[in-house]
Design a protein around this ligand. Sequence first.
Ligand SMILES: *Cc1c(COP(=O)(O)O)cnc(C)c1O
Length: 391
Amino acid sequence: MNPSQDIIYLDYAATTPVDPQVVHTMLQLQGAAGDFGNPSAMHSAGWRSRAHVDNAAQQLAELLGTDAERLIWTSGATESNNLAIIGTARHRQHHGRHLITMLTEHKAVTDVFRALQQQGFEVTWLRPERNGVLDIATLEAAIRADTQLVSIMHVNNETGVCQDIAALGACCHARGVRLHVDAAQSVGKLPLNLAELPIDLMSMTAHKLYGPKGIGALYIAKRPDLHLEPLLFGGGQQQRLRPGTLPVPLIAGFGHAAAIAAARMADDLAHLTRLRDRLWAGISDLPGVQLNSDPALSYPGLLNASVADIEGESLLLALEPLCVATGSACNAQNQEPSYVLRAQGLSDAAAQGAIRFSLGRPTTTAEVDCAINLYRQAVRTLRALAPDGAA
Ligand SMILES: *Cc1c(COP(=O)(O)O)cnc(C)c1O
């Protein structure tokens, strides 16, 4: 499943190619010869489709250590975040209108909270420590009697930094507050056992784990005081929480990708750790280069590094045919330095020169070596071009 030969793709945190076995599963469900029926229909074609949906829910539930009934299908992590956050805020608004999140969340969380602020909700924005990790004491101090929801991501999409979800959730639950986790970057990549973790709501997406784009899920824990207002109204599917005809091929693809991820997780992590360490060893001696996340605190598939005095956008262009990112894919259109790195206390200059390398299951040693050479060459070229001739 290697991406085409003329590019070196190290942007797996933006999206992944679909695993060929998953493509096969999805193709089987597309045409007239496949199980194309509407899974809500009360006849054998419908029941056959329904069986694929149930099987996929079982596969995803097994990966996460939960029950299939706890999962709602959505179009991706953006929709799951919207449903979890807005759905909770609206349902709980008569109990209180205070919500808590972090400055370093993905736009699919920060923009939801911004929209709620405009609707009269009060949001506290927590700042992580310089290493990107949120201190439990910071969260503890922010929780009030009227706090209804805390939303904290698991793995950061720009830096790879992991939050201590177990400790944060325990802190929330001790005060009767719900915890939502955006786990788009960690599901299928790091162990996540929902039977043990104090998580109430968790967002995920298939296209970051070698599944198709356009399908995600929201986990909703079974607790008596946990209810959401739906955002969409329609045919009443999925306990009325997210109506609409289920996209069976996408769901089956997500389920299969989850099963593969569960089987391969330990091997994937070992492979990524080896390659990430090789990449850093290959660029760390460049003058002015700095690592923007502590490898001991981060998901090993991601490495974010800056070089002083070089602007990320220029670096990105000079790196072609290497496909990497500055900031997140969602920031790519503007020249602003990454708000995530700024919130971690990086200077504008350091944040501006940041490059995110994200490695994946298909990444080879040869690709990493090639990326090292391209990066070294690009830094040298841009330094030589700099007006002050900095060497
Ligand atoms: C990719 C990503 C999203 C958005 O997921 P979609 O499925 O593309 O909507 C949300 N949060 C994080 C942390 C992500 O990495």
